[in-house]
Design a protein around this ligand. Structure first.
Ligand code: HEC
Ligand code: HEC
Length: 229
């Protein structure tokens, strides 16, 4: 009897997971596919000032993707408002299901990639924190503020030239963790699924200590939102 109940319990779980997947797939295919593509790789014919991201390459965890689907990308740092908020369109259950679906179907393996890349990077002595914040501030001012603005709000000089058509993120609002910030800066936007390479990879110019310093500086001195872990 006990065994039978256990089996039934797991079948129940499987069915629930299937139902969640099916619900997410349905939503994706009616609402998201035109922008993010059938395989989630954003190879679609749409053209906006900022193009959709490839969901099979995203750096985001399922929970972070859910946050973007619910609140829209702008709320979490994007300059443009093309990735809309779906909070008034779908129920909580539906929002959860589509976040679940895009991970199951497009397999970005974000956590595994984050851990593997991070493990390959130089380890830094925690006692260097003060030095890192100083270095991070200097590098940010020199290399990042032109696009992202001195305070990181995304409104740097470069955004004032309409011909450049550049849309840097507001780093006060980004939900990326310090680890993710480091890896995004190190490898650049395209590696993590952006359409253009406006946010370059900084690994040729700087070593891990410098890039980790900038990430720490952003994390401790700029980021201000309820989503950061
Ligand atoms: C009108 C086109 C459009 C539609 C429809 C759309 N998206 Fe997006 N999506 C975008 C764009 C553009 C971005 C990048 C935002 C930016 O950088 O400004 C994006 C970003 C995202 C991200 C963040 C990815 C990352 O790595 O940062 C997720 C997750 C996402 N979309 C999921 C969805 C889901 C799920 C749906 C359907 C419920 C959907 N999108 C519908 C255009 C769209
Ligand atoms: C030429 C302009 C430019 C410069 C210089 C630049 N960025 Fe960016 N950055 C962008 C754009 C544009 C994006 C949005 C992604 C995209 O469209 O490629 C971005 C995105 C980011 C993100 C991702 C935020 C998120 O939530 O997804 C981080 C972190 C970031 N930049 C940090 C930096 C740091 C640190 C520097 C300096 C070392 C820097 N950037 C220099 C243009 C720039």
């Amino acid at each position: 009897m006990k065994i039978l109940l256990t089996i039934l319990f797991f079948i129940g779980l499987l069915n629930a997971a299937d139902a969640k997947y099916a619900m997410g797939k349905d939503i994706y295919e009616t609402t998201c596919i035109s922008c993010h593509g059938a395989n989630g790789n954003a190879k679609t014919k749409v053209s906006f000032i900022v193009n959709p991201r490839a969901l099979d390459k995203t750096i985001l965890t399922q929970e972070q993707s859910y946050n973007i689907i619910k609140h829209g990308a702008h709320e979490l740092g994007a300059a443009a408002d093309i990735m809309p908020s779906f909070k008034s369109v779908y129920s909580e259950k539906e929002l959860q299901s589509v976040a679940y679906y895009i991970r199951k179907a497009f397999k970005p393996h974000s956590e595994q990639r984050i851990d593997a890349l991070y493990a390959k990077s130089d380890t830094i002595d925690a006692s260097k924190k003060k030095k890192m914040l100083k270095r991070g501030a200097k590098i940010f001012k020199r290399n990042c503020s032109w696009c992202h603005g001195v305070g990181g709000d995304g409104a740097g000089e470069a955004t004032r030239n309409p011909e450049m058509s550049i849309f840097p993120y507001n780093l006060v609002k980004t939900q990326l963790s310090e680890k993710q910030l480091f890896l995004y800066i190190k490898y650049g936007g395209k590696y993590w699924g952006t359409h253009k390479e406006d946010m370059p990879s900084w690994s040729k110019k700087y070593d891990d200590f410098t890039i980790k310093s900038v990430a720490k500086y952003i994390h401790e001195k700029m980021q201000k939102n309820d989503y950061v872990k």
